[in-house]
Design a protein around this ligand. Structure first.
Ligand code: HEM
Length: 120
């Protein structure tokens, strides 16, 4: 939350200023309906048939770093990449909202829409 925890998704500290409640609801309930720019998932096929899916954290001539989960990263050498294509599933897990009551979901949206966390 805020500046605590990992750095997996976009900065949410003032997200309410640039997104409507409807957009925020969609982001939480259907994470894969649309992707925030520069957080689009990619699928990377490795020569030995392994496959990774994630967001690109770092892209250099030698290596690609992928964010694959809340605290998991994958580092792939460029020379081992057979193919790279856009993914369709967000790194953000679906089903998060299932654990909230309607009231809790409403509270969460109000929080996202109205809170501005200060700098650390
Ligand atoms: C209840 C917990 C969470 C809330 C309220 C939340 C909220 C959001 C919101 C509002 C956005 C869209 C931001 C925008 O429109 O600019 C977003 C995107 C994203 N979130 Fe989450 N998130 C949660 C949990 C997570 C978790 C657990 C992960 C990863 C393990 C994650 C990863 C991401 C990523 C990678 C994106 C950008 C890609 C996309 O647009 O799908 N989030 N999140």
């Amino acid at each position: 939350m805020g500046y605590w925890g990992g750095k997996v998704g976009p900065d949410l500290t003032s997200i309410g200023q640039i997104r409507t409640e409807r957009d925020l609801l969609e982001a939480v309930v259907y994470p894969s309906a649309s992707f925030v720019r520069s957080f689009e998932p990619v699928i990377v096929d490795i020569r030995d048939n392994e496959e990774y899916s994630g967001g690109v954290a770092n892209d250099t001539t030698d290596e690609l770093a992928l964010i694959t989960g809340a605290d998991t990263k994958a580092r792939v050498a460029r020379k081992d990449i057979a193919e790279m294509r856009p993914g369709t599933v967000s790194v953000m897990p679906s089903g998060l909202a299932d654990q909230f009551s309607k009231q809790e979901l409403a509270d969460l949206l109000t929080f996202l829409k109205n809170t501005q966390w200060g700098a650390p």
